[in-house]
Design a protein around this ligand. Structure first.
Ligand SMILES: Cc1cc2nc3c(=O)[nH]c(=O)nc-3n(C[C@H](O)[C@H](O)[C@H](O)COP(=O)(O)O)c2cc1C
Length: 327
């Protein structure tokens, strides 16, 4: 690759950055900024987009940026372009989460190029799934996806573990719903489709019937909807990391995204169950429940279902520093 003129992006880099923006993020805050210098892409945390109430230490925002890093890596692989990633390359700049060196490092794996095809189709699906169990070959694929990025995926297939998680989820969901500051934050990031960030009404699911096992987060507009029956046997998976530092979160974000894209590539759907991970005491309880060593980073509900709706993203000139004035 040749060096870029200031303000210009090659097609490969522009495609990689656009893929980066398709990463999931809490309330679709899109808490990333990118800077392109020659053959290097810096991925930065946009502190102004960290959710002050539900994510005060920015852990989920950093996970999201990690997910964006994986999308960038995979899209480069699709363009048959190698890359090398340094996580937190500058000790004095903790907001600089990763630098991707384009054209360096090992050649891209064919599997990564294939997984890139799932980036555009992946979305959070908050609708009911059908009661078809996830086959064990797919489950193993999900476990491998997490492991490939240095994380662990724990499938809560034992009834006791599932019930304990469901109880924790209900409790955390209740705590958040009683908190006016949490509700105000949720409201501020919900809308009717007029913005390129936040969660549009169309991405919300129906209300669940009384007695449904998993308490899904209700976005604005759900209260007025007809209640529907949800699947009886959802597959719940918790992604964990060996440590709980910012570096661990960047790596866990890449693992999360590899798991989600593997879900999509297998024709499955997923949604998040983040409530117990957003309250320190329930996150600690979950950690104990899982054996007390690794740190829970994200929880997912996975199953078969009809595709839901895509959410919008901001455009490149809004997230790439130097393309449209300084950010
Ligand atoms: C760390 C994290 C936590 C999330 N928590 C929830 C959640 O508890 N409930 C939910 O419905 N969606 C949750 N989401 C999904 C986001 O709302 C979603 O990624 C965002 O709106 C963008 O939509 P998309 O995933 O369909 O592209 C979470 C996403 C991330 C990355």
């Amino acid at each position: 690759m040749t060096d870029l003129a200031p303000g210009a992006l090659t097609t490969t880099v522009a495609d990689a950055l656009r893929a980066g923006t398709r990463a999931p993020s809490p309330h679709n805050t899109q808490p990333w900024l990118f800077e392109v210098r020659g053959n290097e892409i810096d991925v930065l945390l946009d502190e102004r987009r960290v959710l002050a109430v539900s994510d005060p230490d920015g852990r989920e925002a950093v996970l999201s940026c990690g997910a964006a890093v994986l999308n960038i890596r995979l899209e480069l692989a699709r363009h048959r372009t190698a890359c090398a990633v340094s996580i937190l390359p500058e000790r004095t700049r903790p907001e600089l989460l990763a630098t991707v060196r384009v054209g360096l490092g090992r050649g891209p794996a064919a599997e990564d190029a294939r997984l890139a095809d799932a980036i555009g189709a992946r979305h959070t699906n908050r609708r009911p799934f059908v009661d078809t169990p996830v086959p064990s070959v797919v489950r193993h694929g999900l476990l491998r996806a997490a492991r490939a990025e240095g994380a662990r995926l724990v499938l809560l297939t034992e009834p006791a573990a599932f019930d304990a998680f469901a109880a924790l989820l209900r409790r955390a969901d209740h705590v958040q719903r009683q908190d006016p500051a949490f509700l105000a934050e949720l409201q501020a990031w919900s809308h009717h489709g007029e913005r390129r960030d936040g969660v549009p009404l169309t991405a919300g699911g129906p209300r669940s019937l009384e007695g449904t096992a998993l308490a899904l987060r209700e976005y604005v507009g759900a209260a007025g909807r007809v209640a529907r029956e949800f699947e009886r046997q959802p597959l719940v998976a918790v992604l964990t990391s060996p440590g709980d530092t910012r570096r661990d979160a960047v790596r866990a974000g890449q693992a999360l995204q590899r798991v989600l894209l593997t879900v999509t590539a297998h024709g499955l759907q997923a949604s998040f169950l983040a409530q117990p991970l957003e309250i320190p005491s329930t996150r600690e309880e979950l950690r104990t429940m899982l054996g007390g060593t690794d740190h829970p980073q994200a929880a997912l509900r996975i199953g078969y279902g009809h595709p839901g709706a895509q959410t919008p993203r901001r455009e490149l000139h809004e997230v790439v520093r130097g393309l449209d004035g300084e950010r």
